[in-house]
Design a protein around this ligand. Structure first.
Ligand code: ADP
Ligand code: ZN
Length: 522
């Protein structure tokens, strides 16, 4: 007699409910661990498939899986998608009317739900905790777990109280999931959510199909247009800008250039936002110009590029934002235009914020790491992955690998720049310092008498752009600092260079930007 083929129940659900043939990466191990009642911390990049890691165990275990998620929009989409698959899913959040909410609570009590998504503030009220205590619970999933951490880029105070889950429900497995966590954040998640005994599952953060490129900001709009026209004609992409105003202007300008661009930021009417989002997700080739308000929870596999016209806040934020490109695994671009001014602006934002000193220190460190990436002298992916604790070898798919930068001994140039900064009183920004170096008698140079400095015109032989780049490299390597008002100042580390005791190797500014990955036509 033939033995019927033994099929693992988790695999059965994956295939029959979700319609996928096989688990990806660590999914199978995570599902099995959680199904057996173990706690887990899952670190998996965006698009890696975190949802199934708690959805399938919720279906396999008795009771309802409770998913804590900070994003209302994401909750609704997930619940809708799950219902279409025949999963008994629901959500509880502030968008529900009292009647609807109590209907869902009744279903939970009656054991009629497989998965319930709950906003953290809702979960933590005593009524809801009481409700959970009277219901059968399969597990708790804490999505976007980095929100618990002040080191993370998205701290949410409500998350702090999620330790309650461990105290009130010690026997129910908890799985915390996040796409962005450096070592400090990881440690804090473990501590705050009492996950000391949890098994940690770390997936590689590499996104090999994304090509990373950082270019010198010169005329950013034109540079962006050129990039889109050359590599992404008709493709869907996201362009991140820092301010709402710039989002609007960039979208309007791209439209006059014949690109179907739409704006997205928190200042737009909710209905307009929703419409633009739908057009982006459903439509072909929409370029969404957006602030960071856009993106979390958007599941569009064929975003072909993510462009940054301004520096993001940190490498985690950059990784998460660029990670929205190429979820389908096809060649995609992460492109950023960046200049000294961006660095100064970000510094000012940190220094002028009302945040307490310890937060400012964290933010400064995060900015340093980001600058280290932007100014990377070699493979960008190596820098990026190292930040997430992963060692790798040069990737062959970033601008630095494809067109290695030329370096030159800039010791003398660095001395000239440093002494100009010193002699002019360590108060001026890069533009003014460069005017002095190249001997440009601007009104301000004349007014301050800087045309009389011995370094006036001393750096004529190098182009502006090279001076700009050199100053940036000096800042990125900690030889120069930037004051609250954007003035360049000398730091201790510059002394040996200033005295000519050591050389300073700098990247030569290149004439043309390297090629970006060409999009795949289908
Ligand atoms: P994350 O939450 O990690 O960003 P999701 O759980 O949203 O990722 O999954 C990203 C995409 O990958 C979704 O479209 C999902 O359906 C798909 N996916 C996840 N796991 C698998 C799998 N084993 N096989 C095929 N597709 C998968
Ligand atoms: Zn590389």
């Amino acid at each position: 007699m033939n033995q019927p083929e033994q099929i693992d129940p988790a695999l059965g659900i994956l295939r029959h409910t979700f319609g996928y043939p096989a688990f990806r990466g660590e999914q199978a191990a995570i599902v099995s661990h959680v199904q057996q009642g173990g706690d887990a911390l899952v670190l998996m990049p965006t698009g890696g498939g975190k949802s199934l890691c708690y959805q399938i165990p919720s279906l396999l275990r008795a009771g309802c899986g409770i998913v804590v998620s900070p994003l209302i929009a994401l909750m609704q989409d997930q619940v809708q998608a799950l219902r279409q698959l025949g999963v008994r899913a629901a959500y509880l959040n502030s968008t529900l009317e009292a009647g609807e909410a109590s209907a869902i609570e009744r279903q939970l009590l009656a054991g009629e739900l497989d998965l319930l998504y709950v906003a953290p503030e809702r979960l933590l009220n005593s009524r809801c905790i009481g409700l959970l205590e009277s219901s059968a619970i399969a597990l708790f999933a804490i999505d976007e777990a980095h929100c618990v951490s002040q080191w993370g880029h998205d701290f949410r105070p409500e998350y702090r109280q999620l330790t309650v889950l461990h105290e009130r429900f010690p026997d129910i497995p908890r799985v915390a999931l996040t796409a962005t966590a450096d070592a400090a954040t990881r440690a804090e998640i473990i501590e705050r959510l009492a996950l000391e005994d949890a098994r940690v599952f770390v997936s590689s953060f590499d996104r090999p199909n994304i090509r990373y490129t950082v270019i010198e900001k010169d005329n950013p709009r034109k540079q962006l247009l050129k990039f889109i026209r050359a590599h992404h004609d008709g493709d869907a992409g996201i362009v991140y800008c820092l301010s709402r105003k710039k989002v609007e202007e960039t979208a309007a300008w791209l439209r006059t250039e014949g690109i179907s661009a739409l704006p997205y930021h928190a200042g737009l009417d909710a209905a307009v936002r929703a419409e633009h989002q739908t057009r982006f997700v459903r439509g072909d080739g929409v370029v969404m110009c957006a602030t960071v308000a856009f993106g979390m929870g958007i599941d569009k596999p064929d975003v072909r590029f993510v462009a940054h016209l301004d520096l993001p806040k940190s490498l985690e934020a950059y990784y998460q934002e660029t990670g929205r490109a190429g979820r389908d695994g096809l060649p995609s671009n992460a492109w950023m235009a960046y200049g000294l001014q961006d660095m100064v602006l970000q510094r000012e934002m940190i220094e002028q914020s009302q945040a307490p000193d310890e937060i400012k220190r964290v933010e400064r460190r995060k900015l340093e790491a980001l600058l280290g990436y932007a100014e990377a002298p070699a493979c960008r992916r190596v820098v990026l992955l190292r930040y997430f604790g992963e060692e790798s070898t040069p990737c062959g798919n970033c601008d630095m690998c494809l067109t290695p930068p030329e370096t030159f001994d800039a010791g003398v140039a660095a001395q000239q720049a440093l002494s100009t900064i010193y002699r002019s009183g360590q108060r001026y920004g890069a533009a003014h310092i460069i005017d002095i170096l190249i001997g440009k008698a601007s009104a301000k140079v004349i007014e301050r008498g800087h045309d009389k400095l011995s370094t006036f015109g001393i750096g004529k032989s190098l182009p502006d752009a090279q001076w700009n780049s050199l100053l940036r490299q000096l800042v990125a390597q900690g030889l120069l600092g930037v004051t609250e008002h954007g003035g360049l100042i000398l730091l201790e580390a510059c002394r040996p260079v200033l005295r000519g005791e050591v050389s300073f190797m700098a990247r030569r500014v290149r004439a043309a930007a390297p090629k970006a990955a060409s999009s795949v036509r289908r």
